[in-house]
Design a protein around this ligand. Structure first.
Ligand code: 9MR
Length: 361
């Protein structure tokens, strides 16, 4: 077993996994960087080998976001995404497409930020956006994150530019418009903290019930699952999945990562920062990954399992290092180390998928 930075000779019983995705009857995915992005798979045969061996579905970490596909009002750019799609298909992988509508300042195209028009004009403009893109990929992608992160931490709807211009109508119109252009792809509402924040989950639940009452075509809920070793509890996660299951909606874990450090925890804030991935920490992470996947298997019936995707291939590539930890120290949130060697975390996911006991040995 490799993957420790400590050089410790302590042995673990976490054995190598030969082909992760074979253990599941649903997509087992990973997000990847493309082209000139840091840690791009296109430049790394070693990363490609890991992707080909262990995952059955791919998500673009960035290149299928709004500003990439639709940089100007009358300009769509599908070149990179089509090449990415070709890589996926050539290697027998499906594609989960992310994301048609997202408020993120980085990702809203400049023309949208400056768009002048009343509510009807905004909805028409967004309809063209959604339908031009979904039509292009219709029949080629398995699923879409149709709307991403429209709900606030603490509940209620996010005061995004889309909300300011259209209220909540943009959300359900996006699903209706996507479905009209792609009859088959699964259509997800995707968000973070819905597995942890009760008020946020409640707004989501009310939104789903409204969709059902108005027959809005949603297939499932994407739980991003940017979680921690110590938070939230497995029972809280299961209860959140159940909200979707109870409404006969698919549950897809779309962006799973579990860093060793939790910057919001009291020990971390008191200065207890883990700077080395010791064998014990790596095995604790293995157990946590296993328990989360087991919660998914136990709570979500087979027909509603949309899949499990991790947000990145190798530890040093994780968004958490730069965005959450601001490069202040290392962390090890993913399933492979910087040399693309398996970590015990990979065995944890495998054990969870296979219904084995979750242990830290
Ligand atoms: O991992 C992505 C990072 O490379 C981008 O800079 C960032 C902004 O576009 O988005 C990150 O991915 C986010 C995802 O698209 C939506 N959920 C949260 C993810 C982490 O921030």
């Amino acid at each position: 077993m490799t993957g420790f930075d400590s050089g410790s000779s302590e042995k673990t019983s976490a054995t190598d996994v030969s082909r992760l995705s074979r253990l599941a009857k649903f997509p087992v995915g990973v997000s990847v960087a493309y082209g000139n992005e840091a840690f791009s798979y296109t430049n790394s045969p070693a990363q490609q080998a890991v992707i080909k061996t262990h995952f059955s579905q791919l998500t673009a970490g960035n290149i299928m976001k709004m500003s990439y596909l639709h940089p100007a009002q009358d300009t769509y750019n599908f070149t990179q995404a089509d090449d990415f799609l070709k890589f996926a298909r050539d290697n027998g992988k499906t594609l989960h497409a992310h994301a048609l509508i997202w408020h993120s300042d980085y990702q809203v195209p400049a023309f949208m930020k400056n768009y002048q028009g009343d509510k009807a004009a905004w909805l028409a403009m967004l309809k063209t956006h959604v339908q031009t893109i979904t039509r292009h990929f219709s029949g080629k992608v398995a699923s879409w994150d149709v709307v991403n992160e429209a709900i606030n931490d603490g509940g209620g709807y996010r005061n995004s530019i889309f909300y300011q211009k259209t209220g909540t109508d943009y959300i359900e119109q996006a699903f209706i418009n996507a479905r009209a252009a792609d009859k088959k792809a699964d259509l997800y509402y995707n968000d973070y903290n819905i597995e942890a924040d009760a008020a946020k989950l409640q707004t989501l639940t009310e939104m789903l019930d409204g969709f059902k009452a108005r027959s809005v075509p949603i297939s499932g809920v994407g739980f991003q699952m940017h979680i921690y070793m110590d938070y939230p509890s497995v029972s809280t996660i299961s209860a959140a999945f159940k909200r979707a299951v109870d409404r006969n909606l698919k549950v897809k874990i779309t962006e799973l990562d579990i860093p060793i450090n939790n910057p919001f925890s009291p020990p971390y804030q008191a200065g207890d920062i883990k700077r080395v991935l010791t064998p014990a920490l790596a095995l604790a992470q293995k157990k946590r990954y296993c328990e989360v996947v087991k919660a998914y298997m136990d709570t979500v019936p087979a027909k509603l399992r949309g899949g499990v995707t991790v947000w990145g291939v190798s530890d040093p590539s994780s968004w958490l290092i730069s965005d959450l930890f601001k490069n202040a120290h290392a962390d090890w949130p993913l399933l492979f180390d910087g040399a693309y060697q398996q970590k015990p975390a990979l065995r944890g996911v495998a054990d969870g998928l296979a219904g084995k006991a979750c242990t830290n040995t």
